[in-house]
Design a protein around this ligand. Structure first.
Ligand SMILES: [Mg+2]
Length: 151
């Protein structure tokens, strides 16, 4: 299972097993995602230094560490990457979608046998790749263009 070209942002509290509350994803999940080709980091309500401590505890080097409202800055640093934020709450969804990330709730992830790359495959297979996103106008943009042409 590959996650090539994926920029994977993880929430911490309620998402990672070392979070408070503890979530489902463990160090092995992060390592498996990196092994599958993803770049990973965290976007959390915690301070950057606290997030760095979490990753250090896992002995994993994150590609980025930002507050949740900092996801747009991460997106700008990695143009062309398929962006996904995995978290456990409304704010995760809100900040992710605002920043051009897709969002998956950690509670909805499923794969048998379990692995994070396997659980992300349904999203990965159907993701809207940024390169494709630029090429294909949104249906509303298209109808706006048609509207302009007909005026
Ligand atoms: Mg959370």
């Amino acid at each position: 299972m590959r996650l090539d070209g994926v920029l994977l942002s993880l929430d911490i509290d309620g998402t990672l097993d070392c979070g408070n509350p503890s979530g489902r994803l463990c160090r092995q999940d992060a390592l498996a995602a990196v092994e599958a080709g993803a770049l990973i980091g965290s976007a959390s309500d915690r301070t950057a230094s606290d997030q760095v401590r979490v990753w250090a505890g896992w002995r994993v080097t994150p590609t980025f560490v930002v507050p949740k409202h900092g996801l747009a800055e991460v997106a700008a640093r990695f143009p062309g990457w398929s962006r996904l934020h995995v978290g456990d709450g409304f704010v995760d969804w809100l900040e992710a979608t605002r920043a051009g990330f897709d969002f998956l709730n950690v509670a909805d992830l499923a794969a048998t046998p379990w692995s994070l790359p396997a659980a992300l495959q349904p999203w990965y297979q159907h993701r809207d790749q940024p390169s494709r996103r630029r090429a294909t106008p949104h249906p509303e943009e298209e109808s706006d263009a048609q509207l302009r042409l007909s005026m």
